[in-house]
Design a protein around this ligand. Structure first.
Ligand code: ZN
Length: 398
């Protein structure tokens, strides 16, 4: 029996956001839009344009952006959730709600591997994946959408297991290499079965993350051929430079750069992708919670790092964390365009930043100040409690 997703609520709210000073699309091909107004009906974007050209009548909520910038809600391509808004990794409560205050509206699980007592037998790991998918679908801390239920590969899994997982609603695998399957041949076979049934895969890249995990080198990554080369800059220990460059050159899969990786290696992967004219493959994650902690501002810090030290315009860096990740992860958020998910982050340059404006401040290495976060057309957070204070802050006017 196929699993049917619960139907979306048919709320017909109409959200109008006007007086937007800078509209960042999330689309690498056209990162800045010539528009100042966004209209959303229910949980979808209905119109984007100049205020005089779009239908703003009948708004149930109107927001004056006060000239600040609007971008798609940020996506964290690599998190390790466990249960609700608790992480045992640093024994913290409320970590997901804290990421909301860093502009993150969507998270993708790379495996619920921190679960204490995680089952490693096949029936147990399938049950846990289905449980995690259901639980995070039903419970969204702060409104953040968490795509979870990501089983890791263990020896003994057969094709029917992937068929069964897919029919049960599982759409992603946890990082290949975190379970007992650590050889390219077996991993390639299992990733191929997963792909056949529409389940996307990610592979751990680099040295072991914690005692008990192990090295995954470029040969195993290339042989496995997972959809996403997870933390190509290591998590935290990176592969040697020639191996990172070989992964960029010899694979066509997504190149994920994470906060909990080697920053120098992240910049190398970015530069190599740019030289190959394949920036569309670069996506961003935090790989958190982890040994180095919970990082509510991790995605913003990656945007600032890659822009200030990697030499890409801030509006392009923002595309890596929005439209690029949405495309690679097959999500319908991440772009400001009619029909897409109405999830936004409104930002301005931080108070007293040396930057001339928001984009210049990011290019100078500062973090932006977040003034509001909207998920599915509803305000989830106003002035962020975590970023430096934004200079101007949007206001709900009706
Ligand atoms: Zn990893």
């Amino acid at each position: 029996m196929a699993y049917d997703e619960p139907s979306k609520s048919a709320l017909q709210t109409k959200l109008v956001i006007r007086n937007i000073g800078l509209l960042l699309s999330g689309d690498l091909a056209n990162p800045i839009l010539d528009a100042d107004t966004v209209v959303a009906v229910g949980d979808r974007i209905a119109a984007v344009g100049k205020e005089k050209d779009v239908d703003t009548s009948g708004a149930t909520i109107t927001i004056d952006a006060k000239g600040t910038a609007l971008a798609p809600g940020l996506i964290d391509s690599h998190v390790h959730p466990v249960c609700g808004d608790w992480t045992p990794r640093q024994n913290q409560l409320g970590w997901i709600d804290s990421y909301l205050h860093g502009g993150v509206t969507t998270m993708v699980s790379a495996g619920e591997v921190h679960t204490p007592g995680r089952p490693k037998d096949v029936v147990g790991l399938k049950a846990m994946a289905i449980f995690a998918q259901r639980a995070f679908h039903a419970f969204r801390p702060g409104g953040v959408k968490i795509y979870a239920g990501a089983p890791v590969l263990e020896h003994g899994m057969v094709e029917d297991d992937f068929k069964e997982l897919a029919a049960a609603g599982v759409k992603i695998l946890g990082e290949v290499g975190l379970g007992s399957v650590k050889d390219g041949k077996t991993a390639h076979q299992m990733v191929s079965w997963a792909r056949k049934y529409g389940i996307q895969s990610t592979i751990h890249t680099g040295g072991p993350s914690i005692p008990g995990s192990s090295l995954i080198d470029k040969d195993m990554v290339l042989e496995t051929d997972a959809d996403v080369i997870g933390h190509v800059n290591g998590g935290h220990t990176a592969l040697p430079d020639d191996q990172i460059m070989a992964l960029c050159e010899r694979s066509t899969r997504a190149l994920e750069i994470v906060h909990n990786g080697n920053e120098r290696a992240g910049l190398l992967a970015l530069r190599t992708a740019m030289e190959l004219k394949q920036l569309d493959r670069v996506i961003l994650g935090t790989d958190s919670p982890a040994g180095s902690g919970v990082q509510p501002l991790g995605i913003l810090r990656m945007i600032s790092l890659l822009s200030s030290l990697g030499g890409i315009p801030a509006e392009v860096a923002i595309c890596l964390a929005t439209g690029n990740t949405a495309k690679m992860r097959k999500l319908d958020c991440g772009l400001i365009a009619p029909g897409r998910e109405a999830s936004f982050v409104l930002m301005d340059k931080a108070q007293h930043s040396a930057g001339k404006n928001l984009l210049d401040s990011i290019q100078k290495g500062d973090l932006p100040g977040i003034g509001m976060v909207i998920i599915d057309g509803a305000v989830s957070a106003q002035r962020s409690r975590n970023t430096p204070p934004a200079t101007a802050v949007p206001e709900v006017v009706t």
